[in-house]
Design a protein. Structure first.
Lengths: 310, 554
């Protein structure tokens, strides 16, 4: 999937792209007009040797009024288009409409909560294709901004000022997005993936997310699960079905089933997971996950454990 | 010159006796002469322009290719914050205040500004503010919350170094200096004009300086107050902008942009003023539609206070508020468009001399139009919902502030440098300067429009390797290097020409306003005698007694 205004894939994003094209054409026409006038003046009215002082003209009120009115008409037309698109790009929800999804922005990752099913996940947001979902957007620290260009408008995530917006995707697939409001050192790596699935696919994903992952069985992964507790990982992270219930970092119950690590910084492979836990500050400087100086054995045990959390 | 006795000669100097020139460095730093203070403003702006330019180049090196590691995010965030803060507060404002300082008394036939000592205070507060801001680098870290310093990111919990404190103190010092300078210039323009120079005969540059200073007087206090509030939050643990203890994160944005949008016009209107002086002189015609250019300036000044929330379309203020601010923001394009058409009409049927100054003015007409038009597209708020906070916005603001303000300032500097130094800037170097600036500028910033539409957000220290992103960013970086070279050509030109440039004489451009009626550079007291002022172009009247303006103007 794309990641730009050129590939809108929801009614909301399409409305904005349409409007952008209209505005673009108007802007281009004005630009060409002014550039042609300037270039004509440059060529035609340049000083040539022997020229005397030109006739001294002070202005003309009729001409002034004409271009003032022309400019007023242009912006009036643009305003009418603005209002028309406003409703289709950002419909006001009916009073009392409950959100289908709650997204909470953190430095520097996204928490997603599904109020109807109780699923909690991070950074990769699954939605059913073709449905308009109302999203409630919050922030837990500073101001962030939700932006998935293919799907529509930006919306700021502001602490103490919850916002709502619609999310909808016309086709199944992965839509890329990112935090668009500068939010500190990790801003560049606060990326979003929206995964639109068929109704059935979404339901089964939701079912799977609600399952408690099986107890680790292999030697390494059992050791890893102990380390997860002993090395205080669980102070910040939650794993359902265990004593880990920290709420500072992302929920890791099904971390192994995600596509990326650290909000889009690394592809989620066991090797990358090992790199990430060994030195988070190298991969995402400023991250609130500190460098624990784990030994290589500790790292491989932890990776073995986390890989069981499918 | 004519034989008409100059009315008011010798008595149009309403101020306490001008001081004797003192030699040496001490003479300069102790000076209260508006011309020396103006030049020191320009030098300070030039030094800070160097700093801001180096910061820009560092950013462009880091962004030249995807996932680059030349700068860490911690450093990059300080650099982009300092670049924006420097360019707005320590370059754009002082270069314009400096030119206004130098030119206002000369263009209105006064011997100095109304309050010369206060004038020196303004300058040194600016210099001191800049030093405070830059001192943060060695005091634990520069501010890193962006030039608009959004709370709560700028609060103590999220910005733990002293950077934001230095930002607040530095901008407060400079901001108080700006308010003082505004009072000074307003009083000077209103009270110290030469006999005959009515408001309706003021040169347009003076008109625009007057409106700008009124904007400063009304807008800067909003910034100064919010700087004090964030300082209280940070040092005394108040919660003005901390939502989880009863404050509001949105409040900072309202305060900041209540200052911040008039600020945009504060740094563009004087450039409009310079363009309005340069284009007529080099087209050899009076400005077309003087009243309309002046009135549109006033309209822009009034509207500039009603558009601030167009910076906040993504905040979620609701459709009615978004619509109101879309109306005012679209409306402000009208008086701006009127100006562009008047400038072009001034060139029409003229006899245009393409000096370097006029080249920059002509370039301004085209590149500023790009910035103005992208500004209109941002007022259409559904479009803004997609492109705000992307590189499209970065492109837009640089087309306005560089394509507008800086092109205008270069047009003005090539035009008035002879008055300030008595020598002409070299035209050949000037043309190199112009063309490298024009090419470098468009290479750097035009591609940013496309990057923004492709989804690249601003203020990222790096970006993933998406198709096309690396190439466009590399083009932009090469453009930035060309702009760096063009700036060096300009500095070289200034250094060489001020000693060895062609002698200028009183009025090298055969211009028509009062500053050209005295020597270049002018004496400490500016004028030995002031020509009669019976129209907007007193020196035209002197040179053309057969066809004076006062017979033609209404």
């Amino acid at each position: 999937m794309g990641n730009s205004l050129f590939s809108p894939d929801s009614p909301q994003a399409q409305a904005i792209t349409h409007l952008s094209i209209i505005v673009g054409i108007v802007m281009l026409a004005i630009f060409v007009l002014i550039t042609v006038l300037v270039l004509y003046a440059v060529v035609k009215f340049r000083h040539r040797p022997g020229d005397s002082e030109p006739r001294q003209v002070f202005g003309n009120s009729r001409v002034e009024k004409a271009w003032t009115i022309a400019a007023l008409l242009t912006v009036t037309v643009l305003f009418i288009f603005t209002i028309r698109t406003m409703h289709s790009a950002d419909r006001t929800p009916a009073p009392g409409r409950k959100p289908d999804l709650e997204i909470i922005a953190h430095q520097w990752w996204w928490e997603a909560r599904y109020p109807h099913s109780g699923v909690v996940t991070a950074n990769e947001i699954h939605i059913p294709v073709g449905k308009a979902w109302l999203v409630r957007l919050k922030s837990d620290d500073v101001i962030h901004d939700w932006w998935v260009p293919d799907l529509g408008r930006k919306m700021d995530a502001i602490p103490g000022h919850p916002n709502e917006f619609w999310i909808q995707a016309d086709n199944p697939g992965t839509y890329l997005g990112t935090c668009a409001e500068f939010c500190g050192a990790g801003h560049a790596w606060m990326r979003i993936r929206v995964i639109a699935q068929s109704e059935a696919g979404f339901k089964s994903w939701e079912q799977h997310q609600l399952e408690v992952p099986p107890q680790p069985t292999s030697g390494e992964s059992v050791a890893g699960s102990k380390l997860f507790h002993e090395l205080t990982c669980d102070d910040c992270h939650t794993v359902a079905g265990t004593s880990a219930n920290g709420d500072i970092g992302p929920d890791l119950t099904h971390v192994a089933s995600r596509e990326t690590l650290a909000a889009g910084r690394l592809k989620n492979t066991p090797e990358n997971l090992a790199k990430w836990i060994s030195d988070p500050q190298k991969w995402k400087p400023g991250s609130h996950m500190p460098d624990f100086n784990f030994t290589p054995t500790q790292v491989s045990d932890l990776v073995a454990y986390l890989e069981t959390l499918k | 010159m004519s034989d008409i006795p100059f009315p008011g000669a010798g008595e149009a100097l309403p101020l306490a006796g001008p001081q004797e020139k003192t030699a040496g460095l001490l003479g300069w730093i102790s000076s209260v002469d508006h011309k020396r203070i103006g030049i020191m403003y320009l030098l300070a702006a030039l030094i800070y322009f160097g700093a801001g330019g180096i910061e820009a180049l560092l950013m462009r090196i880091q962004l030249a290719e995807p996932v680059n590691s030349f700068l860490s995010p911690g450093v990059f965030d300080q650099i982009f914050t300092m670049h924006g803060t420097t360019m707005i507060f320590l370059v754009a404002m002082p270069v314009l205040t400096g030119l206004a300082n130098y030119l206002v008394p000369l263009m209105i036939g006064a011997s100095d500004v109304a309050f010369p000592r206060l004038n020196a205070l303004s300058l040194w507060l600016l210099v001191f503010g800049g030093v405070l801001l830059y001192f943060s680098f060695i005091a634990g870290g520069a501010p890193a919350a962006g030039w608009f310093n959004y709370a709560p990111l700028s609060e103590k919990a999220y910005s733990t170094t002293k950077g934001v404190d230095y930002y607040s103190l530095g901008l407060l010092a400079a901001g108080i200096g700006s308010v003082v300078a505004a009072i000074n210039l307003i009083v000077t323009i209103l009270k110290y004009r030469a006999p005959g120079l009515s408001i309706k005969r003021l040169p347009l540059f003076i008109w625009m300086v007057l409106v700008t200073q009124i904007l400063i007087l009304l807008a800067l206090p909003a910034l100064n107050a919010s700087l004090v509030m964030i300082l209280i939050d940070r040092t005394l643990s108040a919660h003005f902008f901390l939502p989880f203890s009863g404050g509001s994160a949105v409040l900072w944005q309202h305060y900041f942009w209540a200052f911040g949008h008039p600020e945009v016009y504060i740094v563009i209107l004087p450039a409009f003023g310079m363009i309005s002086e340069v284009i007529p002189v080099f087209s050899r015609k009076p400005i077309y539609g003087y009243e309309y250019v002046a009135a549109s300036t006033v309209a822009i000044g009034v509207l500039s206070f009603l558009v601030w929330a167009h910076h906040m379309f993504a905040v979620g203020l609701g459709h009615s508020i978004d619509s109101m601010f879309a109306i005012s923001s679209l409306l402000i394009a009208v008086p701006t468009g009127v100006k562009i058409f008047n400038w072009i009409a001034t060139m029409w049927h003229g006899s245009i001399r393409f000096t370097t100054s006029m080249l920059f003015a002509t370039g301004f007409l085209v590149v500023f139009t790009v910035g103005g038009l992208s500004g209109v597209s941002l007022a259409v708020f559904p479009v803004d919902w997609q492109v705000t906070d992307t590189y499209y916005l970065v492109a837009h603001l640089h087309y306005v502030l560089f394509g507008g303000t800086i092109f205008g300032v270069f047009a003005g500097l090539y035009y008035w440098f002879p008055k300030m130094t008595g020598r002409m800037l070299d035209e050949k170097l000037g043309k190199w300067h112009f063309w490298t600036t024009l090419i470098g500028f468009n290479m750097t910033f035009f591609v940013m429009h496309i990057l923004g539409l492709m989804g690249m957000t601003r203020r990222v220290y790096t970006y993933p390797n998406y198709p096309g992103w690396g190439t466009l960013n590399m083009i932009s970086t090469i453009g930035a290097v060309i702009m760096g070279i063009s700036s060096l050509i300009f500095i070289w030109n200034v250094m060489v020409s001020r000693r060895r440039g062609k002698l200028a004489g009183d009025n090298p451009w055969e211009a028509w306003s009062l500053e050209w009626a005295t020597t270049s550079p002018p004496p400490v007291h500016n004028f030995d005698r002031i020509p009669p002022i019976r129209s907007r172009r007193p020196l035209w009247d002197l040179a053309h007694p057969e066809n004076p303006d006062w017979k033609n103007e209404h």
